[in-house]
Design a binder for this molecule. Sequence first.
Ligand code: PFF
Length: 452
Amino acid sequence: MPKPPRDAFTTTFGVLVATLGSAIGLGNIWKFPSLTGANGGASFLLVYLAATLLVGLPVMIAETMLGRAARANAVTSFEILAPRGQWGWKAIGWMGFAAALLIMAFYSEVAGWVYAYIFKAVSGEISTIDPKVAGAAFGALVSSPLTVLAWQWVVLALTGGIIMFGVSKGIEAVTRRLVPLLFILLLVLCVRSLTLAGAGKGLAFLFQPDFAKITPAVVLTALGLAFFKLSLGMGTMLTYGSYFRDEQNIPWTATRVMLADLSVSLLAGIAIFPAVFTFGFAPSAGPSLVFMTIPAVFTSMPGGIVFMTIFFFLTAIASVGAILSLLEVPAAILSERYGLGRKSAAVLTIAAIALLGVPASLSQSLMENVKLFGLNPFDLFDYLTSNVLLPLGGILICLFVGWVYGPEKTEQSLSNHGALANRGLIRATFFLIRFVAPLAIAIVLLNGLKLI
Ligand code: PFF
């Protein structure tokens, strides 16, 4: 029985929206295109698809299932579900705690860039198809330490405020209405992009794989993206699962979220790559890619400034759902384990992120030469989370479900105690969770990190 003070999603649709709100965010609009561009296009997309289907989806099902079974935060859930004496499993939750803070440190910075771009769109500063001008506008923003820090703090204050004033329900309502709009705007962008001169080249880049470009490092990056995209391996989906209703069909919810999330990423890719080849941007531009190419597509269509402004506004809104879910991991741990009020837990979390966010935000300016393993703080936080912590968390979650929680309880949980006729599906999923996913992640991780 859930304890009375615990919040829970009240409708099946609400669950879907909140989970989708966590998955869809800057990962689709910003990370997916830049990584696809930098890692070879179609071949990367193919590996990413495989990672999402064979690893991402099963891990998502496993995580939400554990959360719902324990009805607690990411650390306590393992204390509740692990057999007596096996207290070590709760390390998964603490790893998630650390990953949430590290991701927020750079995610809130990129969200800050998006906020800044709303105003740049209005001013007409980024209405250009010239890669040099677009690059200079982006460079001017990220190399100004005070500006990026200020925007990051705006993002943190805003999302912290949402949690403090308990209006996350309201935000869910807003997200539910605006995210479909983002989808429509992406469709419009795609239509424009597909009628550009370089559309053929862009599509070929995105859909015609060149298998020679697949290296162990590329595979690890694709796997890391699959985890990041669906908010996996760090207790976010577990925490959200703990608010799921008993009647919720977990495998079906996870599948729908995965498919919707994938469509948004693909639309972003189709909007961006034709423009890259039409206007002469470099597909491997990295984090700046979206900030240069999307304005170029808008600039080449009527009403561009208006659409561009709406686009960055909607992207900012989409990032809110993801940020709220990231904050939920430490907030739930701190409030449920240490008796902190949700407000104090949120303030503490935001303060920690603001501190960690400083080096991330200064990585393109004052601290660009401060490097660890050859990476500046921004890249280090990104790499360490997506390519190390999340896959590691993923392996442990799979091992826990596959070998400790076991097949009977999994079947009970995922069939809602027999109410759902999905036995075959559960067995297939369990096989992936027990054998395929952990082995695949381990091999990719060890190879990608050059440990074997
Ligand atoms: N899934 C989000 C995105 O793709 O933008 C990012 C994210 C949210 C990652 C929550 C991890 C997480 F726990």
